[in-house]
Design a protein around this ligand. Structure first.
Ligand code: G3P
Length: 212
């Protein structure tokens, strides 16, 4: 499973990248707004740190605007992936950009038929939002299972990216169900490497060693 970080914060991206296991980055307009930066220059800075796919989201809601923004963003670096919403205009833009060889990440996916349509439009990635589905009392992980089954039935190669991850259990469950990628906030990446029994065990080993 590929591990992406879901942030636009350069310090968090650097720290996660230093682990040596980071495969990519996802951003969205809310995450960029938090950083108070110039969008294109900031995406360029992220692409200098991480060589894997870096998702940059358009803010237009019409196909022409998405294409204009997407083509400009794609010039920033070879590893930029254009993030488009799973709406009619987004699907049209996805098809055109995919045909031009520009990779896309279709975001805000909340039902399996959206994933089916964007795969047909040539999406490189689809992003089902697990946490936001759980937030309304439904089972986000079921969406991952349904998309996996549909893609496997027909051999679609669009990558399933588990997004809107709230904790380590989401990562484990998405991995068990066969999501290709999990995009994880920095605080969850930190928790993935933390267990009290690991810390206690290490402490006990070192105490025993030092008593010799
Ligand atoms: O970047 C998309 C997604 O991961 C957003 O997550 O926490 O805002 O639901 P969240």
């Amino acid at each position: 499973m590929d591990l992406y970080i879901d942030t636009a914060n350069l310090d968090e991206i650097k720290q996660a990248n230093d682990l040596g296991v980071l495969d990519g980055v996802t951003t969205n307009p809310s995450l960029i707004a938090k950083e108070d930066v110039e969008f294109h220059a900031h995406m360029q800075a992220i692409c200098k740190i991480v060589k894997g796919p870096v998702s940059a989201e358009v803010i237009s809601t019409d196909t022409d605007g998405m294409l204009r923004e997407g083509r400009e963003l794609a010039k920033i670096a070879d590893n930029i992936v254009i993030k488009l919403p799973c709406i009619v205009d987004g699907v049209r833009a996805c098809k055109t950009l995919s045909d031009e060889g520009i990779r896309t990440n279709l975001t805000l996916c909340f039902q399996p038929v959206q994933a089916l349509i964007v795969a047909k439009a040539g999406a490189f990635i689809v992003s089902p939002f697990i946490g936001r589905i759980d937030d309304i009392g439904e089972d986000g992980m079921n969406l991952i299972a349904q998309i996996r089954q549909i893609y496997d039935n027909y051999g679609y190669t669009t990558k399933i990216l588990a997004a809107s991850i709230r904790g380590t259990k989401h990562v484990v469950d998405a991995a068990i169900l066969g999501a290709d990628i999990a995009t994880v906030p920095f605080n969850v990446i930190a928790k993935m490497l933390k267990h009290p029994l690991t810390d206690n065990g290490l402490k006990a080993f070192l105490e025993a060693w030092n008593k010799q």
